[in-house]
Design a protein around this ligand. Structure first.
Ligand code: SAH
Length: 221
């Protein structure tokens, strides 16, 4: 990974992006600092190097995208976690969001259904020296052997809230999940109030690649 270079030019552009995130309403200084610490361009194709600090989603291979920086920051803020809490992420993708959560001190478990992306993200996590656990598989089922989780973050558009994920959320825990099958999804914050009760709150409309069930490595288009 010697080709990963963080130049003054990258750092300068990153500062501007962070100022933009702040303008868009991200308040947590810690989250903004994590965006400075984790160079987004490391997670993108070299050909896209110049665009890494624009607030947009980009192709990362296997028909998938790295989320908008604002979406990553917004979901992270909604998660409202403290260091050392256990977070399950569904949709590792590039691993950028995974590394942001690690930088903020969380114990991260992350699942990706594309093996190629999973392997690449695993290398990135190790490059930074984080000890997140990454798994290649279907996130619909969650990761029962490490449950319960204090937080669950879904980074793909789900048709509904998978019951296994609800089961694996700790009581008092929070799940952030974009729900909707069409072009766009509603950002939902689910708080588990008892074994069977959940409070739901909605936080606007976003666009995500779909969450696909049981179709590990299935190629879209
Ligand atoms: N957090 C990532 C977002 C990647 S896009 C980033 O910023 O890079 C969402 C990812 O969810 C895609 O890589 C897609 O392959 C994955 N995904 C979709 N359905 C899934 C499922 N059922 N289980 C695990 N991963 C899934």
């Amino acid at each position: 990974m010697d080709y990963l270079k963080d130049t003054y030019r990258h750092q300068g552009k990153r500062k501007l992006l962070i100022a933009e995130l702040e303008k868009l309403g991200i308040k947590s200084r810690k989250i903004l600092d994590a965006f400075q610490a984790i160079p987004r361009h490391y997670f993108m194709d070299l050909a896209l190097d110049n665009l890494a600090y624009t607030n947009a989603a980009f192709q990362i291979g296997s028909g998938q995208t790295i989320s908008h920086p604002f979406t990553v920051a917004f979901q992270t803020e909604l998660l409202d976690f403290t260091p050392n809490q256990k977070i399950l992420e569904i949709g590792t993708g590039s691993g950028f969001q995974t590394c942001i959560l690690c930088e903020l001190g969380a114990k991260v478990y992350s699942i990706e259904r594309h093996q190629e992306l999973h392997l690449k993200a695993d290398r990135m996590v190790k490059f930074f020296g984080f000890n997140a656990r990454l798994k290649y598989g279907d996130g619909y089922k969650g990761w029962p052997s490490y449950a319960p989780f204090d937080r669950i973050l879904v980074t793909c558009g789900a048709p509904g809230i998978p019951s296994d994920l609800k089961d694996q959320l700790a009581i008092g825990g929070i799940m952030i999940i974009p729900v909707g099958e069409g072009e766009s999804q509603r950002m939902i914050k689910v708080r588990k109030t008892s074994d069977e009760t959940f409070d739901m709150e909605e936080f606007g409309t976003f666009k995500f690649v779909p969450m696909l069930e049981r179709r590990v490595d299935y190629k879209e288009k």
